[in-house]
Design a protein around this ligand. Structure first.
Ligand SMILES: C[S@@+](CC[C@H](N)C(=O)[O-])C[C@H]1O[C@@H](n2cnc3c(N)ncnc32)[C@H](O)[C@@H]1O
Length: 755
């Protein structure tokens, strides 16, 4: 559940500080505020650390002594003394005791301009911030909210200061208060191309105000090198962006707090406070991250009905009705099953090289959907079976036997005589199989111990059933194992599964990026992980993009079919090499809104038999195998985040490679901006086509390229040099390459699957 706290203002604290003859408790104002908040059902309070006296002193020391004024020299002396030994006077702070800080979130002085245009102001604001944090640290404060960045021009200075303070306070969580829109850009005229003006900058920073805000955040956390203690306090003060797609990007960020003033609410027909539609949807989605909601101004009587409690009751209602939260609380769903595993990176299983433990099989067997789908597939195959005589089935990789049991049930249901061979190479699971054969299956099943690529089955079978699939389909070596097992499938026999495909989508997730690089070695960033994805945003959108060449949001990489007829076999019926199982895919994604690419999400889908399948493809899983628990997606990390501007195109190349002993993946990405050739910024008359930019054939009237903030960051040589290339299309569109990743996992140096 999300925690709720109430924002205590300085006025409120002052009021609580007035002597009350009836109150003999001796509590400090902040303790009284906490007690009152608890009585109203809040989990705690957030309050400013300093008061107006500190603000006045700092201003006097650091701002208000123009040269030439009579006391300028004395003030400069005092300022230097303060700079040398910064510290508070008792009356400048709101709390002094450990227990006051214990359950409170501390707001550092929000008037500190760490990104002021004046370098001296920034300098003194940094000293003041260090002083506030040192005091907060003295009081053992766990979480402090930083003043918001305000000035895009100097956001790098802001970020440098935050980076410095992160290393000077060892334990505290520091949360950047981030207005969800950028006030300095809100008046921009986005209708014109480059004539926009704003107060702080002469050109727009991005194509959408809230993207600009996100970019400021991106700059800050990049300069702070994705520090794990740096989080976000999203300030939901209106006006808020209405595009859910833009709001969704905050779900992929370390959003820990939501600052929610009463003014964000509007009255419904009955006068109760409610949120606008898009903010409702956003709240429902972000609630899965269990943020701390910081209510503010809720006792000011801004809305006529419901009183103060109405605000938190309403947010609790949004939480309860959030599809993601509901799924987590409903038994039988993946979200419920995965509690505690969200965004937790796991090394994929190696069931071929390693022998699985009984407890791992037990976890598989908790998934009723997978086995139901397999039983239905076998049932359908048996029902359609026309040939006379006994049918033979082989379960290849039987584990502890659940698929064997399902085959027997399907036989009964289809009223067909069949015999089952169960092959397993794990000697430990083979003991369980023997026990089940003795107790349950009798002579309907024959067990065979060994590796399906080497062992002989007494006869060729009609149906080969296997489940050797990983989150990416082929990543647990199903293709290689089934190549071996095909020897004991009759030429006209059926393989269940009949085929499986791998899918990819580019994702942003600061959480996963940080998790993957925790080990600090390159290996960790070149390993695909199994992970229940939660704090992510899929960066791609549907639609062809400006070039008209982009595929859907989630794209298929490749497919494996069984039985396959194209491999060249030796005398024993085994493939001579594994070359036929190598694959390569080049996928082009349209990126509608800017974001940081941290990795690729991998999914699979399998056709078991006929129209029966299993899928973890986010858009199709509910139709094909809803609530199937067995597989979480795969995450292919990138070593460095790759910035993708709005309306850019991302090309991802992924390879499945192999040698005699191993199979591994290599992956790589490049990013392009599509620009109209008529751009006044550069004139390029001829440029070579490169592999990165295919010929583009789209009518120029389809092209609606907006002013891009990145054009002036892109160095455009007259003659293309390596590393930055562009192509010109007949219709006047150029794809300008603006970035690339390194090749990940070359030669399987960091991760591979053993054959
Ligand atoms: C993912 S488990 C599935 C187990 C079981 N069929 C189920 O669905 O619960 C795959 C099983 O195949 C076995 N296996 C993998 N490769 C094999 C091979 N080459 N020969 C025989 N068994 C294999 C593993 O030991 C493991 O028991």
């Amino acid at each position: 559940m999300a925690a709720f706290v109430t924002h205590i203002t300085l006025e409120h604290l002052e009021h609580l500080g007035q002597p009350d003859p009836d109150d003999l408790s001796g509590k400090t104002p902040s303790q009284k505020a906490t007690a009152q908040a608890r009585a109203k059902g809040y989990d705690g309070i957030c309050l400013p650390l300093t008061n107006d006296q500190w603000k006045a002193r700092w201003r006097e020391l650091c701002l208000l002594h123009p040269e030439g004024s009579p006391d300028a020299a004395a003030l400069e002396q005092s300022a230097e003394k303060w700079r040398a030994k910064p510290g508070f006077l008792r009356d400048e702070v709101t709390i002094t005791r450990l227990d006051e800080a214990e359950n409170s979130i501390i707001l550092l002085s929000d008037w500190l301009e760490l990104d002021a245009a004046d370098a001296w102001v920034r300098h003194d604001a940094e000293i003041a911030l260090q002083q506030e944090l040192a005091y907060a640290s003295y009081l053992n404060v766990h979480t402090a909210i930083l003043p918001p960045p305000r000035n895009r021009e100097h956001v790098a200075s802001y970020a440098r200061i935050i980076n410095a303070v992160l290393s000077s306070v060892p334990y505290m969580q520091l949360s950047v208060r981030m207005p969800i829109y950028d006030p300095s850009l809100i008046h921009l005229d986005y209708g014109s191309t480059n004539a926009a003006t704003c107060t702080t900058s002469t050109k727009p920073v991005a194509d959408h105000p809230s993207i600009a805000t996100w970019e400021m955040w991106d700059t800050i956390r990049c300069i702070c090198d994705y520090h794990p203690r740096l989080t976000l306090a999203l300030d939901l003060t209106p006006p808020l962006p209405s595009s859910m797609d833009v709001l969704r990007q905050w779900v992929a960020e370390p959003t820990r707090h939501l600052f929610l003033p009463a003014s964000t609410f509007m009255p419904n027909a009955k006068g109760y406070p409610v949120l606008p539609k898009s903010t409702q949807s956003f709240m429902r989605e972000i609630m899965k991250l269990q943020p701390v909601v910081m209510f503010s101004g809720t006792s000011d009587g801004l809305h006529t009905k419901g009183g103060e409690a109405a605000y938190s009751q309403y947010i609790r209602h949004l939480e309860k009705t959030s599809p993601a939260v509901k799924a987590m609380r409903t038994e039988g769903t993946v979200e419920n099953f995965a509690q505690g595993y969200q965004d937790y990176l796991q090394a994929p299983l190696q069931p071929l090289m390693d022998n699985l433990q009984s407890i791992t099989y037990q976890t598989f067997e908790q998934d009723p959907i997978k086995y139901r789908q397999y039983e239905e597939a076998v049932f359908l195959a048996l029902s359609r079976w026309q040939k006379p005589g006994k049918i033979t089935i082989c379960v290849a990789g039987a584990g502890r036997g659940p698929l064997v049991a399902r085959c027997l049930t399907a036989m009964k249901r289809a009223n067909k005589e069949a015999f089952v061979y169960a092959v397993e190479k794990n000697p430990n699971a083979y003991v369980t199989l023997q026990e089940r054969q003795r107790a349950e299956w009798g002579d309907k099943v024959q067990l065979l111990f060994g590796d399906m690529r080497a062992l002989n089955v007494p006869e060729q079978v009609d149906i080969l059933v296997s489940e050797l699939l990983g989150s990416f389909g082929d990543n647990e070596l199903s293709p290689e194992c089934l190549d071996g097992a095909m020897r004991f499938l009759k030429p006209e026999g059926i393989s269940i599964p009949a085929s499986y495909s791998a899918f990819l989508a580019p994702i942003s997730s600061s959480k996963l990026y940080n998790e993957a690089r925790v080990s600090k070695d390159e290996k960790g960033m070149e390993t695909p992980y199994v992970v229940m994805l939660q704090s992510i945003k899929i960066l791609s959108g549907d639609g062809g993009g400006l070039s008209g060449k982009c595929g859907p949001q989630i794209q298929e990489c490749w497919e494996f079919e069984h039985p396959r007829r194209d491999a060249v076999l030796n005398d024993q019926g085994l493939p001579l090499t594994n070359s036929h199982n190598t694959r390569a895919a080049k996928l082009t994604f349209h990126i509608p809104h800017g974001g940081a690419l941290h990795g690729l999400a991998g999914y699979f889908e399998a056709v078991l038999y006929g129209n029966i399948g299993i899928s973890i493809h986010p858009e199709r899983m509910d139709k094909i195998s809803k609530d199937m628990l067995s597989w979480f997606p795969l995450f292919f990390p990138f070593k460095e985040p790759l910035y993708l501007p709005s309306k850019s195109e991302l090309q991802v190349t992924i390879w499945r490679l192999t040698n005699q002993r191993q199979v591994w993946y290599e992956w790589y990405a490049e990013t392009f901006l599509a620009l109209p050739d008529a751009s006044p910024l550069v004139s390029v008359t001829s440029a070579p086509r490169t592999s990165g930019g295919d010929s583009l054939k789209i009518p120029s009237d389809k092209v609606a390229v907006e002013w891009s903030p990145f054009i002036d960051n892109i160095e455009m040589p007259e003659t293309p040099r390596s590393g930055r290339v562009f192509t010109v299309d007949d219709a006047g569109i150029r794809l300008v390459k603006i970035g690339q990743t390194s090749l990940h996992n070359p030669g399987g140096r960091s991760s591979w699957i053993g054959l």
